[in-house]
Design a protein around this ligand. Structure first.
Ligand code: HAM
Length: 432
């Protein structure tokens, strides 16, 4: 019988050790940047009641219509339909309400990180299991919050060293000005209905705002001359968006206004934005998407609470770090191995191991009876920079041989100065 070779499901992949430095670099940089401007981390479940998404993201969105992974109803969960999370915002809003965060000191600034699941057609940069880092501010309707959100995403990408980035921004108004705009939009599209793709003909009835960002060439041409949301904003929305842009100008964050940017989820109000990488070949990859969603907390059963946020796509950022050949910090790994020969040396080695570990030095020590040559081979394989070699003679004389494994040179030190010497050498050659 031939053996079955199992594969990862379509649109998912293993993140192998060789790629871990990229993921860690993104995680560490994002956490440091976000914690540095007042955000705290929160962890959320990977599956939630599906209604959070159907109501929150909108019944007619592609994510809800085509892309959610619904779980089987069974046993005690028979009455509730669960779904793997297709995004993080709606789940965080559920958590905001459930944990009574409206009584916390406002604004509440939170970030999360983890896998999201959408049944999309996989291609480069688009996966069925993908990873996001998201940041959200609750309880602050000021333009400063919009600025802080855009700035922190921009700052993360800059600290990662990414180039060729553009911020696209738009405002899609509020429940006060949106209905008037929708009427204008439908009026414009009425005459073009027969020229639209079948999806857009459906959208005309179900979700007209999405007519603006259809990727079909013939629909793009029609969208170009459609009335813009910016021309229909009420005075509050206009001045809020104006202030957001002034903050971006003041802090020198370059942006382009994109009147066709409406985003794919229904919860957005006011500011929407994306950060996109554009290379010489004109290819675009959207790294970050976000905006305001002032109605979502209330829609999901909480008190009226303004909110704004974004998610950045870690998978696409990993791809871009590689494409732009950006050096990412290496994972430190083993810094020093203790190699020993003889009983007395084993005893001393344990003491040295404890002393080095206490200094936060990555030390590998597995007492073995192998010969020195074999032990050195193991240390080199582990990628250690140094070996501390203790033979019977050194153990008796309270000395240690410190061997630089890449230079193949070595020196003898009294045991008591060894730690200082190693600390000195490690900070000199590897620690940033
Ligand atoms: P989104 O635009 O659906 O927004 O996703 C945000 C980012 O996640 C995208 O710009 C992209 O980088 C990445 N992404 C989305 N889908 C995939 C996929 N199938 N494969 C790889 N990467 C993907 C949201 O998810 C909103 N929750 C953002 C938000 C937060 N708005 C307000 N707060």
């Amino acid at each position: 019988m031939s053996k079955q070779q199992y594969q990862t499901p379509r649109g998912t992949r293993d993140v192998l050790p060789a790629d871990q430095p990229y993921w860690r670099f993104i995680r560490n940089t994002s956490e440091k940047t976000l914690e540095g401007v007042g955000f705290s981390k929160i962890e959320l479940p990977h599956f939630e009641n599906a209604e959070i998404f159907t109501r929150g993201l909108g019944e007619q969105t592609d994510v809800v219509q085509k892309e959610m992974y619904l779980l089987e109803k069974r046993g005690e969960d028979e009455t509730i339909q669960y779904s793997l999370r297709p995004e993080g915002t709606a789940g965080l809003v559920r958590s905001f309400i459930q944990n009574g965060m409206s009584s916390w000191s406002q604004p509440v600034r939170l970030f999360y990180e983890g896998a999201m699941f959408r049944r999309e057609r996989p291609q480069k940069g688009r996966y069925r299991e993908f990873y996001q880092i998201g940041a959200e501010i609750f309880g602050d309707e000021s333009a400063q919050a919009d600025y802080l959100i855009i700035m922190s995403a921009w700052e993360i990408l800059n600290r990662l060293g990414l180039k060729n980035l553009t911020v696209y921004a738009n405002s899609i108004g509020c429940p006060k000005c949106r209905p008037k705009y929708m009427a204008k939009l439908k009026k414009y599209y009425k005459d073009h209905l027969k020229d639209l793709c079948p999806d857009c003909q459906r959208r005309y009835e179900t979700n007209p705002l999405r007519l603006l960002d259809c990727k079909e060439e013939k629909c793009k041409i029609i969208a170009k001359n459609a009335p813009t949301t910016l021309d229909s904003l009420c005075s509050d929305c206009k001045s809020h968006f104006q202030s957001t842009l002034e903050y971006l100008d003041y802090f020198n964050i370059k942006y382009d206004l994109d009147p066709l940017l409406v985003r794919g989820l229904d919860y957005y109000t006011n500011t929407v934005f994306e950060i996109v990488e554009k290379n010489d070949r004109g290819r675009q990859s959207t790294l970050v998407g976000g905006g305001r969603y002032n109605g979502l907390v209330e829609l999901l059963g909480g008190p009226a609470t303004p909110a704004v946020g974004y998610s950045l796509g870690m998978d696409r950022i990993v791809n871009l770090l590689k494409e732009q050949e950006i050096n990412v910090p290496k994972i430190e790994g083993v810094e020093i191995c203790i190699l020993q020969l003889g009983e007395k040396a084993k005893e001393v080695s344990k003491e040295i191991f404890d002393a080095l570990s206490k200094q936060d030095i990555n030390v590998y020590f597995v007492p073995s009876d192998e010969g020195l040559r074999q032990q050195i081979r193991t240390a080199v394989k582990l990628g250690a920079k140094y070996a501390a070699i203790i033979g019977q003679q050194e153990a008796l004389k309270d000395e240690i041989i410190l061997r630089d494994l890449s230079a193949s040179s070595q020196e003898i030190f009294p045991t008591k100065v060894l730690i200082e010497e190693i600390k000195k050498r490690l900070s000199k050659c590897s620690r940033p």
